[in-house]
Design a binder for this molecule. Sequence first.
Ligand code: NI
Length: 432
Amino acid sequence: MDYKHEKLFEEKVFKDPVHRYIHVRDKVIWDVIGTREFQRLRRIRQLGTTYLVFHGAEHSRFQHSLGVYEIVRRIIDDGFSGQKEWNGEERLLTLCAALLHDLGHGPFSHAFEKVFALDHEKFTQDILTGDTEVNKVLRRVSPDFPQKIADVIGKTYPDKLVVSLISSQIDADRMDYLQRDAYYTGVSYGHFDMERILRVMRPAEEQVVIKFSGMHAVEDYIMSRYQMYWQVYFHPVSRSAEVILMKILHRARHLHNSGYKFTYEPVQFTSFFDRTFGLKEYISLDEGVLMTYFQWWRNEKDEVLADLCDRFLNRRLFQYAEFDPATEYRKIGELEKLFKEAGIDPEYYLVTDSSSDLPYDFYRPGEENERVPIYLQMPSGELRELSRSSEIVDAISGKRRTDHKIYFPEDLLAAKRDENPLYDKILRMLKG
Ligand code: NI
């Protein structure tokens, strides 16, 4: 039998707290899971610094990836199989794209990407098509198979139905992470009736659509996502940890570029500081590596680096205050001046940060971040955009919410507040 259709002698199952079991029958899927690039995802947390707020959130991108695969497998094998809109030849491609959609995530994804101006989606594509173990497995299916998976993940693949299963406003990725993140953080948001949604999903020419009777289940899913963003993903305290993490990397890069002699040389970072890194250097990083350096750097002579690392490891995070950039932009300039006078480097200790989310949007042609809306399939067969039928979804459609905060080391300022009036002034300005 050809590799593409080869089945395992016995089905393998992974025990999973969200989906109960994850089923693998395809030899290709089993082989992909065994590659070192996929195993690396065990060492990258799904939610970055969120574990410093919700201590249960230690789950990895490995299990999320398996979860997305399992949802897609159920949609295809239990729902779409045999329906005329679904091209059965795309099955393995879709399963692989589901499994590998997050392959290029780095340690503490967003913070790391921001500091070094990287794009995890590009790394996903590079790992798929580059000189890697996973590429060798995928090429055995056909020489163009790795590129096809990269195209599905990059949303350029011609079969839009396949793309919409992996990334759309109601895709398997979101359905897995909402439930998984809710489970591990322990919050009561994030839960919705996925079983119901899977039953009302229908293949259509361009994308997945939802049978009209499933509208309320979809409303619940959209509200879950909305709640999870504001209660978990944008939690101001985990953003504080992320701010410190970014400042550690900034400081280390600054020290490296200015010729500082590290006691603990940042061997695994130098190619990132110098921007000479390749795929090999990127893949060799994980959160364990970063944490090890942070442990070492707590003992560096450079006080800023040592302090920031100690803050991150021992959860001595920055305090935050609301901040409105539209009306308070002058305040930042004044604060920076006061920080300098007080001998605290504002570059590392006074940080503004914004989070922003658009919970759902209908189609706005030509706009940046064009989104494919969710369509309901009406009893007549006609497709209707969700917010035209759902008042709840209509109420939040197209509304972007942005939250601005300013982060600072309150502990440090408060400790000297009584002896130095400058510290007191800064604190009153920040909190007032
Ligand atoms: Ni994902």
